[in-house]
Design a protein around this ligand. Structure first.
Ligand code: 13P
Ligand code: SF4
Length: 363
């Protein structure tokens, strides 16, 4: 980070390793299902979704069975911008969000009249955890001359304190637009994405200091070694990865942008630096290609999370059916907060529509 970017209000949190360990120590590992049990759950879910006029909206990182169910039942699989848009535009009474909590909250804020359920309310995100509203708000107050742009991976309260909410698929365009207007930016919470945007746009950005525990584990040195084994390979990376990894990447983009690039690039070997859940869609859409996960930290203690978001992995068929049948695990957002958070979220959707960022995403 340059001195201009350095935040002097870094909040010392438990280390990322500790955060993951503590979390993994108290969650039950996903139950293994027989093929018959899985089919039974799928049948019951399909029927219940239909009976309740409910739509399943899933992220690319969740289990492939959930992604397939979303598509087979008239729901949707996508990146976080597309999920927000689908939830907002569809006419379901209930949205079942298979992803992490901020995705459920965004859906609720944008569709206050819909009931929003999640398989578990415990599925959070390290970026959300590392940006508590009290210290974030104080940081904004200290830098009141800056336009506040926050990543969607934040709480409703943080969104309500912002001028703009962005996802990784649109963050560059929004910041470029603001920089053209001569605006100085306060960015939170992902430092790698913030740094990447700052380097690409040249905007004056002050960065919050947090990172995604999954993407931060991708390592440039291992990637360089892997490129020696696959010299012709293209490297596709999510911008939550460290700068040293992004520098090597041929394409940097959101999950949908990565999928589109994998389809359109001529290379047959594709090294991917993001959560492994995306491989399901990659293999579906480009079955002739060879997808390889980018190297992570290796055998250290956090490796249970390597390229596999522990919170996304909490979404299961059993939990989803229990939540949908009982209509529990409902996302609730305080009405006043939701009203405030709706403004920057809607601003993002309007901006995306103007840019013609269609449901398929903009690669
Ligand atoms: P996308 O917006 O690219 O889907 O990313 C969301 C996310 O949480 C990545 O870790
Ligand atoms: Fe959050 Fe990282 Fe998981 Fe995405 S992959 S939900 S940024 S912890």
């Amino acid at each position: 980070m340059s001195s201009k970017q350095t935040s002097d209000t870094y909040i010392p949190l438990a280390s990322d390793t500790e955060l993951v360990r503590r979390f993994l120590d108290r969650v039950d590992p996903p139950q293994t299902l027989s093929a018959a049990e899985e089919q039974d759950l799928l049948n019951r879910l399909k029927q219940t979704l239909q009976e309740k006029n409910a739509k399943l909206v899933a992220h690319y990182y969740v289990d492939s069975v959930l992604q397939d169910l979303a598509e087979a039942s008239g729901g949707f699989v996508g990146d976080s911008l597309e999920m927000a848009r689908f939830g907002h535009d569809c006419d379901a009474d209930i949205l079942v969000v298979a992803g992490v909590r901020f995705m459920g909250e965004s859906a609720k804020i944008l569709s206050p009249d819909k009931k929003v359920l999640m398989p578990t309310l415990e599925a959070t995100c390290s970026l959300d955890i590392a940006c508590p509203i009290e210290s974030f708000s104080a940081f904004c107050d200290e830098h009141a001359d800056r336009e506040v742009v926050v990543y969607a991976n934040t709480s409703a309260a943080v969104k309500a304190r912002s001028d703009w909410v962005v996802t990784s698929s649109i963050a560059l365009d929004v910041v470029e637009h603001l920089a053209e207007q001569g605006k100085k930016i306060l960015w939170a919470p992902d430092r790698h994405l913030g740094h990447y945007i700052q380097q690409t746009t040249g905007a004056d950005m002050l960065l919050w200091d947090a990172a995604c525990i999954v993407h931060e584990e991708f390592k440039a040195r291992g990637l360089i070694d892997m490129k020696k084994v696959y010299p012709e390979a293209a490297v596709l990376a999510h911008p939550e990865s460290p700068a040293s990894v992004l520098e090597i990447a041929d394409v940097v983009g959101s999950t949908t942008q990565i999928i589109k690039a994998a389809q359109s690039l001529p290379q047959m070997d594709i090294i991917v630096a993001t959560d492994q859940g995306i491989f399901h869609k990659l293999q579906q859409l480009a079955p002739q290609k060879n997808f390889i996960i980018a190297p992570t930290a290796g055998n250290d203690a956090t490796c249970r999370s390597c390229a596999n978001c522990p919170w996304m992995a909490m979404n299961s068929l059993q939990r989803m059916l229990m939540s949908l049948e009982a209509e529990n695990n409902e996302i609730e957002v305080d009405a006043q907060l939701a009203e405030k958070a709706m403004i920057p979220l809607q601003r993002m959707l309007n901006f995306a529509a103007e840019l013609n960022v269609k449901v398929e995403g903009k690669a």
